[in-house]
Design a protein around this ligand. Structure first.
Ligand SMILES: Cc1cc2nc3c(=O)[nH]c(=O)nc-3n(C[C@H](O)[C@H](O)[C@H](O)COP(=O)(O)OP(=O)(O)OC[C@H]3O[C@@H](n4cnc5c(N)ncnc54)[C@H](O)[C@@H]3O)c2cc1C
Length: 228
């Protein structure tokens, strides 16, 4: 047991849950603090891998906010198939110890882009929140975000520039076809794997975006566990 703890200490950062609160109808925000979390290099849109059930079960969550003094905020969706990740997100209590990896990933804001277009759903909107918070007021921003209900909308910076959709009404690829600006900026597309693929095809094949300017990240797929 002690050996396992020592190994985990070497390969993970540890922190403590210092706050929890509902941030939408089905999403809970967790604040995790600790000395090991101070001074990390975090780019807007990056994620951390969290041990959510013993040493072997990990789930990935975008960093909603980062405080360099030593705190990471995550927003975890309580989806209907609730696996270990959703269960952890909704049962974690203040004082619980959390082990997580360093922030990672290349699904990140490209600050130099001429305009920024966002497309995704609830889980993607967490990464979008971090990216949008890093953009100045004068930035050219647009996008479409689909949620189950209006009560599932995260409070995103620049929210008035986004089109909010209700699942089952306008499909995300159709909204993108209608709303995407002309190529020349950066697009950020994340969420359900198949929808991410469809939106990418709309942007690249139908609307002529250069594929290198369309950043995609599948966050989950029906019937599949993880990804870790
Ligand atoms: C880079 C990255 C960033 C991510 N950021 C976030 C984040 O900020 N917040 C967040 O909540 N999740 C995020 N995710 C998804 C997260 O990692 C887990 O996949 C998610 O929490 C489900 O884990 P689970 O253990 O509850 O379910 P699992 O055991 O992994 O899956 C069980 C089943 O639940 C269903 N399911 C899974 N996710 C969803 C969903 N979103 N909606 C409906 N059904 C679903 C699927 O059918 C799946 O087979 C991110 C994933 C990646 C790769």
């Amino acid at each position: 047991m002690r050996l396992r703890t020592r190994v985990l200490d070497l390969v993970t950062l540890s922190g403590t849950v210092t706050g929890t609160e509902p941030v939408t109808a089905r999403m809970r925000r967790l604040r995790i603090g600790g000395d090991a979390l101070a001074g990390l290099a975090v780019r807007p849109g990056q994620q951390v891998r969290v041990l959510v059930g013993g040493a072997l079960t990990r789930r990935t969550y975008s960093v909603w906010r980062y405080d360099p003094a030593g705190a990471v905020e995550l927003c975890v969706l309580n989806h209907p198939g609730a696996g270990p990740g959703a269960r952890w997100g909704h049962s974690a209590r203040v004082g619980d110890m959390v082990r997580l990896g360093r922030p990672e990933g290349s699904f990140t804001l490209r600050p130099e882009a001429a305009h920024h277009f966002f497309a995704g759903e609830e889980t993607a909107s967490v990464a979008f929140g971090a990216m949008l918070a890093a953009l100045p007021e004068g930035a050219r921003i647009s996008g479409c975000v689909e949620t189950e209900t209006a009560a599932d909308r995260l409070p995103l910076p620049h929210t008035a520039r986004l089109r909010w959709l209700i699942r089952g009404e306008t499909a995300l690829p159709d909204a993108v076809r209608e709303l995407a600006p002309a190529p020349g900026g950066s697009a950020y597309v994340a969420g359900q794997a198949r929808v991410v693929q469809q939106v990418r095809q709309v942007l690249v094949r139908e609307l002529g975006w250069d594929r290198r300017t369309v950043l995609t990240k599948p966050f989950w797929a029906p019937g599949r566990r993880g990804p870790e």
